[in-house]
Write a protein that binds this ligand. Structure first.
Ligand SMILES: N[C@@H](CCC(=O)N[C@@H](CS)C(=O)NCC(=O)O)C(=O)O
Length: 242
């Protein structure tokens, strides 16, 4: 096992007496990719859900006023889901989730960057319904015809932006052998991209039809491979059993 894998496992596992604690809300959100990656890497963790009703009183006790926060066994606080994702990936004993090989790692980082681009492209269409004043519109309570603009932004995203990103991701799968985004093994880039794309078929956002991914068969097949990965499937089954 390489030194960096040993170090990552030591940070996450400590002396074995205390598990890392992942604090977030009781939603998938940005933490689900971390939960999946920790599960694939075989790192037991405590998944702590902060109720939305308690958030305002809890907020000031967090480092940057937001969640997720991960507390490692030595007390270190990790504040960003992408930092947590990379740490979990590094802890994979098989070295597959976040490969040390620099050529592969660059592929993983590039794919993660593309996930960031997708999330940023979608973000205004999502955020406008939650915090319209940030975009120069009246507050949520005062903006009575908000839905016209919200719908316009979301329909535009699904029709004009999503196809471009689906084409980019499908291109990566193809050029890297037709299995996962960067090659024959599942990496943290697959987990992150899976979560970002899976969101659009969950029917959570108004004006985003749950069948909006149906026209991207290569993407659906790849999502099936991610879900079919033994450890991802085990994580999802354990979640359903709760
Ligand atoms: N870059 C951060 C973003 C964290 C973030 O945006 N957290 C949101 C929930 S997804 C939050 O805590 N919102 C509550 C608030 O800002 O009061 C990460 O990926 O961990």
């Amino acid at each position: 096992m390489s030194t960096s894998i040993q170090e990552a496992r030591a940070l996450l596992l400590g002396d074995g007496a205390t598990r890392p604690k992942l604090a977030y809300f009781a939603i998938e959100g940005v933490a689900e990719q971390v939960r999946i990656a920790l599960s694939v890497a075989g790192i037991p963790f405590d998944d702590v859900a902060i109720p939305f009703a308690e958030w305002q009183s809890h907020k000031s006790s967090t480092k940057f006023g937001q969640l997720p926060e991960m507390t490692l066994p030595d007390g270190t606080i990790v504040t960003d889901s992408m930092a947590m994702l990379r740490l979990a990936g590094e802890a994979d004993e098989e070295g597959k989730l976040y490969p040390a090989n620099i050529a592969l790692r660059i592929k993983v980082e590039s794919a993660l960057g593309l996930v960031g681009d997708l999330t940023r492209a979608w973000s205004p269409a999502l955020a406008i319904s939650m915090r319209p004043e940030r975009f120069g519109y009246p507050s949520k309570e005062e903006w009575t015809d908000a839905d016209v603009i919200v719908k316009k932004l979301r329909v535009n995203f699904i029709e004009n932006e999503l196809p471009r990103f689906m084409q980019y991701f499908a291109g990566l799968i193809k050029e890297n052998g037709g299995h996962f985004l960067t090659g024959e093994h599942l990496t943290i880039a697959d987990i992150s991209a899976y979560q970002a794309i899976h969101y659009f078929r969950r029917g959570l956002a108004d004006h985003v039809p749950a069948d909006c991914l149906e026209k991207y068969p290569e993407i659906l097949e790849w999502m099936g491979r991610v879900e079919g990965h033994e450890k991802v499937a085990a994580y999802k089954a354990s979640k359903q059993a709760k």
